[in-house]
Ligand binder design. Sequence first.
Ligand SMILES: [Zn+2]
Ligand SMILES: [Zn+2]
Length: 314
Amino acid sequence: MIDRRDVLKLALGSAAALTSPALAQTAVKPRTRIVFLGTKGGPRVTTGASNPANLVMVNDTPYVIDCGMGVSRQLVAAGVPIPSVKYIFISHHHSDHNLEYGNLFYNAWAAGLSTPIHSFGPRGVEAMTNAYWELNRFDVETRIEDEGRPDPRKLLIARDIDEDGMVLQTSDVKVTAFRTPHPPITDNFAYKFETPDGVIVFSSDTAYNPKLAEFANGADVLVHECLYLPAVDRLVIKTKNGATLKKHLLESHTTTEDVGRIAAAAGVKVLVLSHFVPGDDPLVTDDNWTEGVKKNFSGRIVVAKDLMQLALPV
Ligand SMILES: [Zn+2]
Ligand SMILES: [Zn+2]
């Protein structure tokens, strides 16, 4: 017979536990976990992986990192009620990271939100929030009047981040922002979550940046974006603006080899690859994603999939 302690062991394991959404609902939930909501880099919507978004859960409080298209649906699919979201972090203002920002909040309100959501991101989050209310003024004011809903404009509290440093501290987590280059974007932040069960760092989209290894030094989990060079040329052939796109991709993202260098320099316990570029090339296998990384990093590597969960401690 399996008792509760054994179930916990199964759920947590000596190494990080990776679970399917179905299993996660039956096993005892760990206090701290990451859910990879959308793993495909870039704004194009496909029938494959969803656009970029991640979730950290600590003591049942959801922290959403990035709001690519599909984030609301993916939260529902992960079994997380949208109105339970308390904090949203935007890494930068590429649309694959912010397109569903306003709509995620709206979807929480539509599902009965009654408590505030705090949002953080580079300069522009406050303006985007105000513009969202302009865009949706008719619907919102109609529903307040007609359906007796609370005014959502008072429930979304946005804050622009201007510089590196701590952006949030609660009884559960401390969140720190760190600027990293993603040419031509400079207002772009990696985030570090210090939780009771370990430290998690999200790289954001980033050019190869050795300073990021210092920011992630000793982290339990580093979730890093990645670029697979051999597939970029195939992507470029399919695309009208191919030459310009290739230049952008090479200058603003990190190759798998360089991701390995960052993970090794930081000495992280687990490296998670996500935000795959290209993210919808069926010819690229999990081994393709890890082979370059392994040249420079000998630790544990996870190739993220949509709705995969990683329990902490790892
Ligand atoms: Zn992106
Ligand atoms: Zn980007």
